[in-house]
Structures are given as C-alpha cells and as structure tokens.
Design a binder for this molecule. Structure first.
Ligand code: SF4
Ligand code: SF4
Ligand code: SF4
Length: 340
C-alpha cells in the first residue's frame, strides 16, 4: 500500500496524539502508583492552636534570638522607636516565623469568623512528603529520616529557588543580605533539639498555643481537644507535650473547626493547626490529601519510562526522510518531460 506525504503526516499526528493520551493515562496511573511517604515513627512536630494564641509575638522574637536573625523594623516606625520593635509582617529572608491576624467586620470577638479576629502562626510545616525536597536538584533540602525535620544545606544550594516556587505554603525565602544569598526557613530549632531543648517558639509561648512533641502524640492531643464540648475547661499543656514539670494553662475549649489541619492536607505535615475560624481564612491553602511531590514524581517517572513513544515517532520521520532523499539522490535518473 502506498503512503503519500499528507497521509503519512496525518497518521503521524494522530499517532502522536494517541501516544500523548496513553502517556496521560499512564501518568495518572503512576500518580496513584506512587504512595505518599509516611512520617518516621519518631517524627517530632508542633501543634499550633490558634484559639490559645494571644498574638503576643514572643515566639517571633524568641525565634529570631535562637536563630541569629535580625529584627525587621518597618521604615514608618523608625522616626520614633527605631530598633525597638520587630514588626515583620510576613516571612522573609530574616524572619522564619511570623504571627498574622485575620480580621472581619467590627473585629469584636476573638476566634469568630464574622465581626471577629483570629491569629495564625506561619512557618515551615515540615511536610511529611515535602515538595521542596522533591524539586531541589542538588539535595540542599533534606528531610531527616528520624525526626522528619526538613533542613537546609547552604553549602549544597545553588540558589535556583525551585524550593520557593514548589512549596504550597510559600515558606522558603531567599535572603539577599548575605553573600551569594541563602534560603531561610524554620528548621524546627534542630540545633536546640540536639542539646535536649525544645524549639524556642514553644519554649517561650505563655499559653501553650505552640506545643512541641512527638508527632503521633500531638495528633492524639489535637483529636482529644476536638472531642471536648465547647466551653468546657481544659488543661492545655505548655512547652513540650508530656512535660509534667511545666504548669498547664487552664482555659475553656473553643468552638473548633472539626478538623486538624495538616493531618492529611498535602500528604500531611508535622506542624498541625487547630482553629475556630475556617483554615482558609487564616491563609492556609485548601490542598488535596495527597502530596504534590508524589504526584509530580509519578508523572516524571512515567514520562521517562514511556519516552519510547516520541522515539518511535522520530524513527518514522527519519524513515520517511530517508525514503524521500533516496529517490532524489540514489534512485535511477528520470527522463526530463521537456527534453525532446
Ligand atoms: S512547608 Fe514548604 S518549605 Fe516547609 S517542608 Fe513543606 S514544602 Fe518544604
Ligand atoms: S521551631 Fe525554631 S525556627 Fe521554627 S518557628 Fe519555632 S523558633 Fe522559629
Ligand atoms: S508566643 Fe504563643 S501566644 Fe504568643 S504569639 Fe506566639 S504562638 Fe501566640
């Protein structure tokens, strides 16, 4: 059967489309085939209970002190209190932890969505299956196999900032104030933990809003709070969960959202949130219950595995080119229709 050039190209395009469809289906299958990674059994974490947070920002100052980060003084304040206030408004190259506030209407009642306000603490969530680790081409982002803490290796970093773009929470910040720049983000005060201490933000928190502990214990603690009726008295642990030497903070249980944010969101995180206002109002994104790292790695592996499709297509095009040039250069001479 003869195949003219138009028919060949039509079939080639159809074949490529079919190959693409197959590729897409395979990618979906691979996404499902790549299970999310689980937290190490002894992973540590932080439970942040927004309803306990009084917005004192002691954790922000303690974080800076513990990590050698300078204060951020907005230019508008320098006239009258230069150097006194650390007024970081968001995460940046010098701020690893920040307290933000949700406000609505008259802002009268704490932890109320309408005409109320609520605080939220923002820093690295130490994802169980982190995108920043997945995308880093030089393994400068590392997840500890024992604690699950996601740390950063400045010596390995080449400054591409893929981690900043890949993080669904916008956490890694590039600090341009140092030579060659560096990524800054919370590393859960692993340098303090190595000395038997707890993260500075949890150590200083007066109400237990930031609570350090073993991840599985924190998950149980968060679930237990959701089981208690709103208004009932509850003795909230402070500092480290299970540390009986530190007095507890007794207060009424809030009317929580019926969910622990971070338990499954984005594949799970080691920073867990409880809140009385919807989590999205606190700036926490609505994420699927699988990790983006697992999905993207699944697609990548499928594309590499099935790269055979474009190779076959290229082979067909080369065969057509060869057949065409053989007629022009290697075949028998054709008589000219104009020659008498
Ligand atoms: S929150 Fe962002 S920076 Fe932190 S571990 Fe997750 S992906 Fe990485
Ligand atoms: S764990 Fe340490 S680095 Fe992270 S927010 Fe708390 S104080 Fe800052
Ligand atoms: S120290 Fe505790 S109460 Fe104060 S802002 Fe930080 S998390 Fe909230």
């Amino acid at each position: 059967m003869s195949l003219n050039r138009r028919a060949f190209l039509t079939r080639s395009v159809s074949g490529a489309a079919a190959a693409g469809a197959t590729l897409g289906a395979q990618a979906e299958a691979a996404t499902l085939a790549r299970p999310d990674r689980a937290a190490p059994p002894d992973a540590v974490g932080i439970l942040y209970d927004s309803t306990l947070c009084i917005g004192c920002k002691a954790c922000v100052a303690a974080c800076k002190a513990a990590n050698g980060a300078p204060p951020v003084v907005p230019p508008t304040l320098t006239d009258w209190n230069s150097g006194i206030w650390d007024s970081a408004e968001d995460l940046d190259g010098r701020t690893l932890n920040v307290i933000k506030v949700y406000v609505n209407g008259t802002r009268e009642v704490k932890d109320r969505e309408i005409d109320g306000f609520a605080f939220v603490k923002r820093h690295c969530l130490h994802c169980i299956d982190p995108s920043c680790v997945s995308v880093c081409p030089v393994s400068a982002m590392l997840k500890d196999p024992v604690t699950g803490i996601v740390s950063y290796d400045q010596d390995a970093c080449m400054g591409c900032r893929y981690c900043s773009y890949a993080c669904p929470f916008g956490v890694p910040q590039f600090d341009l104030s140092v030579s060659y720049g560096r990524i800054n983000k919370c590393e859960m005060c692993s340098h303090l933990q190595a000395k038997g201490e707890i993260p500075a933000c949890c150590d200083v928190c007066p109400t237990g809003a930031s609570l350090f502990g073993k991840l599985t214990d924190l998950q149980d603690e968060a679930d237990a709070r959701l089981e208690v009726s709103a208004g009932a008295a509850y003795a909230f642990p402070r500092g480290r969960l299970g540390d009986e030497t530190r007095p507890k903070h007794t207060a009424a249980i809030a009317s929580y959202q019926n969910k622990v944010y971070g338990k499954k969101d984005g594949g799970g995180t080691q920073l867990l949130y409880l809140s009385a206002v919807p989590f999205e109002k606190l700036g926490l994104p609505t994420l699927p219950q699988y990790s983006f790292a697992g999905m993207s790695e699944g697609i990548q592996h499928t594309i590499y595995k099935w790269f055979i499709a474009p190779i076959v297509l290229l082979g067909l095009l080369l065969a057509l080119t060869y057949r065409s040039t053989r007629h022009h250069h290697g075949g028998p001479a054709q008589p000219s229709p104009h020659k008498s």
